[in-house]
Design a protein around this ligand. Sequence first.
Ligand SMILES: *Cc1c(COP(=O)(O)O)cnc(C)c1O
Length: 437
Amino acid sequence: MEPRQSYNKVFELLETHQKWFASSLPLIASENIPSPAVREAILSDFGNRYAEGWPGERVYAGCKYIDQVEQICMDLAKQLFRVDFADVRPISGVCANLVAYTTFTTPGDTMLALAIPAGGHISMGKKEFGGTAGSVRGLQVEYFPFDTEEMNIDIDATEKKIQKLSEEGKKPTLAMLGGSVLPFPHPVKQLADTFQEHETRICFDAAHVAGLVAGSQFQDPLHEGADAMTASTHKTLPGPQGGLILSKPEHGEKIKKSTFPGNVSNHHLHHLAGKAVMFAEMHAFGKEYAAQIVKNSRALAAALHERGFQVLGEKKGFTRSHLLVADITKFGDGKTIEKKLEDANIILNRNLLPYDIKAGRHFEAPGGIRCGVSEVTRLGMKESEMMEIADFMTRIVIKGEDSRKVATDVADFRRDYQKVHYAFETSKDAYTYIHIR
Ligand SMILES: *Cc1c(COP(=O)(O)O)cnc(C)c1O
């Protein structure tokens, strides 16, 4: 292709992508749609500037307005999460976790975290799997014992494991709770004393659930004994892609240094502005938004269960967060089903089940699918729409209907849900392509 053709092709693909998403069911649990206000902020000139350091202590000139926005952003974050220290500079959730590792550990230390099939994230992973904790920070990762029926960390077994690790001279210096499949609150409060006895710091990775924590609809790790909480700003928090770390005030100075110069130079100032706008929206609408998310995921889980899906966590009511996981091994493998759903404009991801590795399945073709409802909730959908989503999924996964037919019906259904809700300005369409060329 000629450069001009490639150039044109890029814009054509961008617009086509946005049209596709405007007529699909976006159910990827780690994604969301920011408000038009957030999108405006991230198009600003802030995205072309540098501001290393802390407001008022910059290494660059030209920051007088950036400093004010960053201060507003930090103040909003602190109020929203009811804490005294927030660093809004980490540029992603993984970066925020690296800041936590830098703050609380030394290479060679032991860290406790969930294994990936049990809901852990690659950023908490062992060196042998290329995980960030192992291969970048040099941590020895030990897994939390996990109870599949409860879909949660096994408290008794964890207490025994910490004791045993201590006796073997491998006392964990950090316990990383939270994860990518987090249907139920983790036992932060229940384990806080045990961790404290062993001088193990507690960090809660709220990459997925931070929006629910902010809206007081999930657990509140920093008030249950956690030393710090890391997050992405674009999963249940409906902001631009980015990261965040909050902590008890006594860790603030160390975290500041771990972020800069430790883990960021430029901290993506357009996204910083977008985070500030999103935090303001969350102050005003977060409670209502987060409450609807939880109602929707529970409604979707129950509807899928009724229609013959094996949704995990049945014993506990399937989910208390924005997501659910279903075992689809009766109908095929995760990879094939993910593709069929995608062809039907239903966009979600395949997922390892806690028992997949033992069953000989791997991440390419796992036994599960994961569904999140944050984005469809922001588009104004409620419990009755979850029934319709469950029907669409049933037509593909269980009845084996032709994907193209379902895709047309999904696009028809989506027509009525084009605005972002839970925002100050709600008149513009959510997926409008913005031309400024
Ligand atoms: C998504 C996720 C991350 C990484 O966040 P990014 O913003 O994509 O870097 C970290 N931890 C958990 C548990 C996650 O699910």
